[in-house]
Design a protein around this ligand. Structure first.
Ligand SMILES: *Cc1c(COP(=O)(O)O)cnc(C)c1O
Length: 374
């Protein structure tokens, strides 16, 4: 059996190696490393794939979140409602800009923002909502947009884990990240559309916002050496764009492979004691950035040890919610309790998930899990 990894990036690369190697050599020979034609072509192709008017590539997903907040013109003291059960980047950029992250709880089945709790957290200072489409499934965007309309809020979708997922809502079927005012994603190597280093992008259908996003990414400048607003330096390089153009053509097949692995897991675990398989939303399909189980009765950590002994890596995303991280435990970041979030951090475990898992590996993993729990 091939050794089991959380993500098999080498296996994925080997299948597209000739194409990727040729494209990389072309970029090197072109020496157009920054703002080259590959980046423009990738932005166009990704926009077409997503069905969105503008894609603006940038340095990474964290930058994309920060740039989104800057382009929206949010001011220090403005409150932004988001999840605590997320990767810290979502919250970090708010804190860096002097915005106030206000945490809402998530739903135990889908791990995504609970619309009822989001509505409860709105105050006169609230300016935006950042739904995180965790583990590859879209949050309830109809509910988020309804709250945003009622209180005149902006919506920035953190689609770092959900690129390619379809949300079926009031406006029909739309790609995750293209429904709110701005969507952001990450091309970190292990993400569903991963490059060979750092990368990220913002999506919007709003021409004026697209213009402001490009300007912030480019030092706040439209004309070289003239700066209209305070900006940052955040750009995708041509090497990464060349890799992403190739991988984008495989993204639907990658999602299919992830779903096949998830189906094998579901099938093996649906009747095992103390396990809850990931719930599927009625309004979103799943692209399984992670396959995340809930393990009841305090058995999660022992299961993880058992799997490790059987040569199976497993990860806890996330062991500490943002509101309980040392960096965010202060008067600057007011929180009440988030009971579902806190319980999930005790129960969740993510199993190996990649485009390359074979039946033998899946059998080994599912047997190890069921043997331990039965
Ligand atoms: C990966 C990720 C980010 C950050 O992306 P980087 O490219 O690593 O900066 C932000 N939010 C979520 C939910 C992520 O999974």
């Amino acid at each position: 059996m091939k050794p089991i990894q959380m993500v098999d990036l080498l296996g994925q690369y080997e299948k597209i190696k000739p194409e990727v190697d040729a494209a990389l050599l072309d970029v090197i020979a072109s020496t157009a490393f920054i703002n080259g034609p590959e980046v423009k072509a990738f932005e166009k192709e990704l926009a077409a794939y997503l069905g969105v008017k503008h894609v603006i590539a940038c340095g990474n997903g964290t930058d994309a979140l920060q740039v989104a907040m800057m382009a929206l013109g949010l001011k220090p003291g403005d409150e932004v409602i988001t999840a605590s059960f997320t990767f810290v980047a979502t919250v970090e950029v708010l804190a860096l800009l002097g915005l106030v992250p206000v945490f809402a709880d998530v739903l135990p089945g889908t791990f995504n923002l609970d619309p009822a709790d989001v509505a409860r957290k709105v105050t006169p200072r609230t300016k935006a909502i950042v739904p995180v489409h965790l583990f590859g499934q879209s949050a309830d965007m109809d509910a988020m947009l309804a709250i945003a309309r009622e209180y005149d809020l902006r919506v920035v979708e953190d689609a770092c884990q959900s690129i390619g997922a379809d949300h079926s809502g009031a406006n029909g079927k739309r790609k995750s990240g293209t429904i709110g005012d701005i969507g952001v994603t990450s091309f970190f190597p292990s993400k569903n559309l991963g490059c060979f280093g750092d990368g990220g992008a913002l999506f919007t259908n709003d021409d004026e916002l697209a213009h402001r996003i490009r300007r912030v990414c480019n030092h706040g400048s439209e004309q070289r050496y003239y700066h209209e607003v305070i900006g940052v330096n955040s750009r995708l390089d041509s090497v990464q764009a060349a890799v992403l153009r190739i991988k984008l053509r495989h993204l639907n097949a990658y999602a299919k492979a992830r779903n096949a692995a998830a189906a094998a897991y579901d099938n093996a675990f649906s009747r095992v004691n103390d396990i809850t398989i990931p719930e599927r939303s009625t309004f979103s399909n799943h692209v399984f950035h992670q396959y995340t189980l809930r393990v009841a009765n305090g058995k999660r950590d022992a299961l993880r040890k058992h799997l490790e002994a059987a040569g199976i890596p497993a990860m806890v995303y996330y062991p500490v919610p943002c509101h309980l991280q040392n960096a965010y435990k202060s008067d600057r970041f007011p929180v009440g309790s988030l009971p579902v979030t806190e319980q999930l951090t005790e129960e969740v475990i993510s199993l190996p998930m990649s485009t390359e898992l074979d039946p033998e590996q899946l059998e080994h993993i599912t047997r190890a899990v069921t043997n331990f729990l039965n």
